[in-house]
Ligand binder design. Sequence first.
Ligand SMILES: Nc1ncnc2c1ncn2[C@@H]1O[C@H](COP(=O)(O)OP(=O)(O)OP(=O)(O)O)[C@@H](O)[C@H]1O
Ligand SMILES: [Mg+2]
Length: 288
Amino acid sequence: MVMAETNVVRADGIFQPVLPKGDVVDMAKKRREPDAEKAKFACRDVRVFYGASEALHGIDMEIANSGVTALIGPSGCGKSTFLRVFNRMNDTIPNARVTGDILMDGEDIYGKKVDPVLLRARVGMVFQKPNPFPKSIYDNVAYGPRIHGLAVSNSELDYIVEKSLKRAGLWDEVKDRLKESGTGLSGGQQQRLVIARAIAVSPEVILMDEPASALDPIATAKLEELIDELKEKYCILIVTHSMAQAARVSQRTAFFHLGDLVEYDDTQSIFTNPKDQRTQDYITGRTG
Ligand SMILES: Nc1ncnc2c1ncn2[C@@H]1O[C@H](COP(=O)(O)OP(=O)(O)OP(=O)(O)O)[C@@H](O)[C@H]1O
Ligand SMILES: [Mg+2]
C-alpha cells in the first residue's frame, strides 16, 4: 500500500488528507452496510495518555453498528479524547499515546497495516465549530470524492455532490448557489455542509463532537432531524453536553467521569433509571 505523503494538519486543526487514488476507490467499494446484530467497534482496555498523564483509564465498550451512541459527562472527563480514538485523530496530537485494542468490524484499527488516512475516509468527523474549506459549496462536497478518485466523470461528481447535499438536508437551500463560498453560509448550514462533505466519501461511521453547540435552536433541531435520518445508514457517535439532546437523538448513552466509563446502557435507562450515583448526580444537574 502506498502511504500518503502530503497529509496536512492545518493551523486551525483541520486534518486534510491527501489520499492515494487506487486504495481509496477500493476502500469506498468495501463500505459495509450496517449489520444491526453486530458491534461496529469493540474497545478493550483503551487508555490514552497525554505525556505521562492518563486521560482514559482502560475503557471496555462495544459500539453498535447502526444508530446513535451518545457520550456524556462533565468537562474534561475524556469524551473528545475517546471519540478521537476511533479515527486515530489522537495520532495527530504530538504527546498523545493510545494503548489497548480498538477493533472495527473485528479488525485492529491500530494494526501495522492500517493507514490512518484511509481509516479516516471510513470514519468521518464533524467538529463543534463548522469548518468548511474556503472553497465553493460544490467544491467543499466534491473535495473528498475528487482526491479519492470516486467519480469517473463530471456528471458522476455532480451526482455525488447533489446526493450528499440532499442527504444532509441542505440541497434545497443551496442548489442555486453552488458556486458561492461555503464559508458564506449560516452556522447551521455550514454544519450541514460539513456533514455533506463527510458523507460524500461514503463513510461507515460519523463522529460528532458537540456538533450543535454553536447553533441556534432551529439549526439544532434541523441537525438533530438529520442525525435521526442518518442513523439508519451510519454508525454515529455524538458527544453532547445537552442531556435533552442525548435523550432525543441517541439510542444508547455512555456516561464518562474522570476518565472512566461509569455507565453504558440504552438511553432511556440511563435517563430514567441510572444505576450509578455519579450518573444520577450528573443527569440531575448536581455535578458537571
Ligand atoms: N492535547 C492535550 N494535551 C494534554 N492534555 C490533554 C489534551 N487534550 C485533552 N487533554 C486532557 O485530557 C483530559 C480529557 O480531555 P477531553 O478534551 O477529552 O475532555 P472532554 O470530556 O472532551 O471535555 P469537554 O467537555 O470540556 O470538551 C483532560 O484532563 C484534558 O485536560
Ligand atoms: Mg470535548
